[in-house]
Design a protein around this ligand. Structure first.
Ligand code: HEM
Length: 136
């Protein structure tokens, strides 16, 4: 990872987690606008689902400098996701919805460097999750 990536992601995530309920609602709006066929995969309460998502992204962001701890957590998350009907291609749609949400939430704070940092981090998370799901 680029040396600036971890601090850029951690600092910008603090701003987003300050508005976590709005950010997660916006994220699902963006996601279902991009691909309405993903909506039926989500069976539970969306506010609760949003909390879990924000919690997990926050935990991952805090563990970026401790990959030996983070990687197995993401591997089991990825394996659970194939049980939810999630396909590898869906990770691209989710990544684009996440970046759009960060742009909307951070405004001017969504600089090209912040965008590049999040693209890198999401790419790593998604790769670990997809590979674990494929191997399972
Ligand atoms: C970095 C990527 C992702 C993270 C951090 C993440 C996080 C989570 C978390 C924490 C949960 C709660 C359940 C559990 O822990 O097993 C969950 C459930 C779920 N996620 Fe994800 N997820 C990611 C990617 C995706 C993608 C690409 C999709 C595709 C649409 C997706 C769809 C779902 C669905 C359908 C559920 C179950 C909802 C239900 O039970 O009704 N997630 N996710």
């Amino acid at each position: 990872m680029h040396p600036d990536t971890i601090p850029l992601v951690q600092t910008s995530w603090k701003k987003v987690s300050a508005i976590a309920p709005q950010a997660s609602a916006l994220f699902y709006q963006n996601l279902f606008a991009a691909d309405p066929s993903l909506r039926p995969l989500f069976k539970g309460d969306m506010a609760e689902q949003g909390q879990k998502l924000m919690h997990m992204i926050g935990a991952a962001v805090n563990k970026l400098n401790d990959l030996p701890t983070l990687v197995p957590i993401l591997q089991s998350l990825g394996q659970r996701h194939s049980g939810y009907g999630v396909q590898p291609a869906h990770y691209q749609t989710v990544g684009a919805a996440l970046l759009l949400t960060l742009e909307q939430g951070l405004g001017d704070g969504f600089t090209p460097a912040v965008k590049a940092a999040w693209t890198e981090v999401y790419g790593v998370m998604a790769n670990v999750m997809v590979e674990a799901a494929v191997e399972a």
